[in-house]
Design a protein around this ligand. Structure first.
Ligand code: URA
Length: 237
């Protein structure tokens, strides 16, 4: 069902209906990433992502926090021009509209936090609060100490040096290796670009932890609700 944008903003208790109209007119509201200034614009609360100042608006109600083991081959953004499958399909059993906390590439698998708590999403994805994220990368070729120290010191990607990172070899098969890399920035395709910059070809990439929240043995494609302790930990970050 479609409703007017200003009504949705008011339903989310972000502003009164009148103030919501002012926010729309002032170009402060975006829908699925595009600014909307048209009064009377209608949205579908079930599929559209409405943001005010980068904060996703969700109607009040029970807050749900889950982790999904995202398989590769799914996108984390709401709408895709190529019609690729969306992680929302994997959590369809949950009676709430959940948003991914940050991104995970189409080709990357692993831990994806999802919630309808817009404030927590905003804080966890804000560059100031970037939480360390741990990845396991399977790469081809020989990984030597120089490669590891370059990754740790920072490499230039998209014209800017990455912040210091942790990088260790988990297993070395000779022609390929498995690396554990921990970063605390959230730049687009950062780990893939870092590995590319040091000459490593990525065969597979998986996120295994966000801060002290671990993927563990959760099967691929499955989700679980976070424990009260895990939610409390995320809220304190
Ligand atoms: N770095 C990447 O390259 N891809 C991701 O999905 C996450 C971090």
């Amino acid at each position: 069902m479609q409703i007017r944008l200003q009504k949705y903003i008011a339903d989310c208790q972000a502003a009164s209906r009148r103030k919501a109209e002012e926010l729309i007119a002032a170009g402060q509201i975006s829908v699925n990433g595009g600014v909307i200034t048209e009064m009377g614009y209608k949205i579908d609360p079930g599929t559209d992502r409405v943001e005010l100042g980068g904060r996703i608006l969700v109607p009040p109600g029970e807050k749900i926090y889950i982790m999904l083991h995202k398989p590769k081959g799914y996108i984390t953004t709401a709408k895709d021009q190529f019609g690729r499958p969306d992680v929302a399909a994997l959590v369809a059993g949950i009676p709430a509209r959940l948003f991914p906390v940050g991104r995970l590439d189409y080709d990357t698998s692993g831990l994806l936090l999802m919630t309808n708590d817009g404030d927590l999403t905003y804080r966890l994805t804000h560059p100031k609060h970037e939480v360390p994220k741990v990845y396991i990368a399977r790469v081809s070729g020989q990984v030597n100490e120089q490669v590891l120290s370059d990754l740790r010191d920072g490499v230039v990607i998209d014209g800017k040096k990455t912040a210091s990172a942790k990088a260790v070899i988990v297993k070395d098969w000779g022609g390929s290796a498995s690396l554990k890399i921990s970063i605390h920035e959230g730049r687009n395709r950062q780990v893939r670009k870092m590995l590319d910059a040091v000459g490593c070809k990525v065969l597979a990439l998986k996120r295994v932890a966000t801060g002290r929240i671990y993927l563990g043995e959760l099967p691929e494609g499955k989700y679980r609700h976070l424990s009260a302790d895990e939610v409390a930990y995320l809220k304190k970050l």
